[in-house]
Design a binder for this molecule. Structure first.
Ligand code: GLU
Length: 422
């Protein structure tokens, strides 16, 4: 297929996403026209975000919002604040959101947003002004029936509150359903903040059960200690798993006898990082990925498992809590080595699933208990795991290709049923 018009950068997340789409399309014999449609985002907006800084100067940040597909419903996906954000990356993340929503069967398409910024370097006032101006610039694209942002790397519920307020101020009344991952006081959902981690936990438990591995004996390594990584460590520890390695951007810690999440949390609160935690031996982020363990859970950023380190990974299972942590070349190595990769579009779908619950609650103005949220999340994650596994077994493909086939198949069906306009 001729993709020259997309100018896809070599080694980019978009290249990985397109390659995964190609792999699935090949196995499912997808119509080439539909394949071409799904390889392109529906629309992509780039905005300049001028911000008055605290010292009186003006800085202009660059932001994006991409809608990959809207065939199954309004588009859905987080907003990322990170210095390495690129349009290609946002396009890839938006495509993954489309498959993810389809895999877990929630009625959304895929979107993503991003701003090139290091949020930790802005004051709270600067962050608020930047967020409100970004929200204002993407107003034509967002709305509860159109496109619903959520948190991602570098953003949180306070940022969602500012976006909700900016949108609502323009409308003249409160519109809680315009974003998810909001604080509870303005229409957030119980269980949303831990939802991605909880989904990772359900999927990890389902994988251990499927492989006949014991939960108590499972040695787990988690890369990342943010909302997703930190939550996953805590929840898996509560299930009785042994957390033998954890890291954040500044470095990691390893203890074959197990680490205590409370100790890690206390160290992080005091020093702003878990690196240097005295309950284990210091390791770099590179070493962490190669530690002896049963389950490796990358929960940071894309492109972590590559041709350069895939041969040295010792885990027998990789559960992708991050989006796109494994590049296609590493996937091939893992497949050859018999390492099971539970893909991102299944493993980390708990976040967007509870975002869907939040949106439903906002629209109905009727809120559920946390137990109800968690129980519905568990049912969806367990069913989706079985659905993906059955496709993998039926088609004799990896879990990644199976999940992509499932997602792409559902999106293609919606697209074909609606027909092409005009
Ligand atoms: N940013 C999260 C993801 O990558 C959540 C998206 C959402 O809730 O819309 O899945």
């Amino acid at each position: 297929m001729d993709r020259t018009e997309q100018h896809v950068a070599e080694g980019s997340a978009l290249e990985s996403a397109l390659r995964q789409l190609d792999d699935a399309a090949g196995v499912m014999e997808l119509d080439p026209g539909v394949h071409e449609v799904l390889a392109h985002p529906r629309r992509a907006l780039e905005v300049a975000i001028p911000v008055k800084m605290d010292d009186g100067t003006i800085r202009v940040f660059t932001g994006y919002r991409v809608h990959h597909n809207t065939s199954r419903g309004p588009s859905k996906g987080g907003i990322r604040y990170h210095p390495s954000v690129t349009l290609d990356e946002v396009k890839a993340l938006a495509m993954w959101m489309t498959w993810k929503c389809a895999v877990v069967g929630i009625p959304f398409g895929g979107a993503k947003g991003g701003v090139i910024v290091e949020p930790g370097k802005l004051s709270k006032g600067e962050l608020q002004r930047m967020t409100r101006r970004y929200a204002y610039e993407i107003l034509p694209l967002i709305g509860p029936e159109r496109d619903i942002p959520a948190p991602d790397l570098g953003t949180n519920e306070q940022i969602m509150a500012w976006i909700m307020d900016t949108y609502s101020t323009r409308e003249g009344y409160s519109v809680p359903g315009v974003v998810t991952g909001k604080p509870l006081s303005i229409g957030g959902s119980a269980g949303r903040s831990m939802a991605t981690a909880r989904g990772v936990m359900y999927v990890t438990l389902a994988t251990l059960k499927h492989l006949g591995m014991s939960v108590e004996e499972a040695r787990i390594v988690v890369q990342g200690f943010g909302n997703v990584g930190g939550g996953t460590v805590e929840l898996l520890y509560q299930q009785g798993c042994r957390i033998v390695g954890v890291s954040d951007v500044q470095g990691g810690v390893y203890n074959p006898d197990g680490l205590n999440p409370q100790g890690l949390r206390a160290h992080e609160e005091q020093y702003g990082t878990i690196a240097g935690y005295e309950g284990g031996q210091r390791v770099t982020n590179e070493e962490l990925l190669e530690l002896g363990c049963d389950v490796l859970i990358p929960a940071a950023i894309e492109g972590q498992l590559t041709r350069a380190n895939a041969d040295r990974v010792k885990a027998s299972v990789i559960v992708e809590a991050a989006n796109g942590p494994t590049v296609p070349e590493a996937d091939e190595i893992f497949e050859d080595r018999g390492i099971l990769v539970v893909p991102d579009i299944l493993a980390n779908a708990g976040g967007v699933t509870v975002s869907y619950f939040e949106w439903v609650q906002d629209i109905q103005a009727y809120y559920w208990s946390e137990d109800e949220v968690n129980d519905r999340l568990r049912q969806i994650m367990e069913k989706s795991y079985v659905d993906v596994l059955s496709v993998a077994e039926e088609r004799k493909v990896s879990m990644r290709t199976a999940a992509t086939i499932l997602g792409v198949g559902r999106v293609a069906e919606a697209h074909i049923t609606r027909g092409l306009y005009p």
